[in-house]
Design a binder for this molecule. Structure first.
Ligand code: ZN
Length: 77
């Protein structure tokens, strides 16, 4: 599926839970909550690609996969 941030074709990593996990070749691996996805669809939000990647980069590398929840998403559009 397409990356939520930059629309690059990405692998969806199977996950259990109310989120999708994606591995984008450009943005890296992240999770996005079901609520955030609904908001994006309902309100036609688009990520600020630069901001979103910067935030992801600051979260990646610590061994955890960053989760973009609805609150975080609202700050990255
Ligand atoms: Zn991406």
């Amino acid at each position: 599926m397409e990356c939520f941030i930059c629309s690059t074709e990405s692998n969806e990593v199977p996950s259990a839970g109310d989120y999708k996990q994606l591995a984008c070749p450009v943005c890296g691996e992240y999770r996005i909550s079901g609520t955030a996805i609904s908001l994006f669809n309902e309100k036609n939000w688009k990520f600020n690609v630069e901001e979103a990647r910067r935030w992801l980069a600051s979260q990646q590398g610590g061994g955890t996969i960053p989760l973009i929840n609805s609150e975080r998403a609202a700050s990255l559009i």
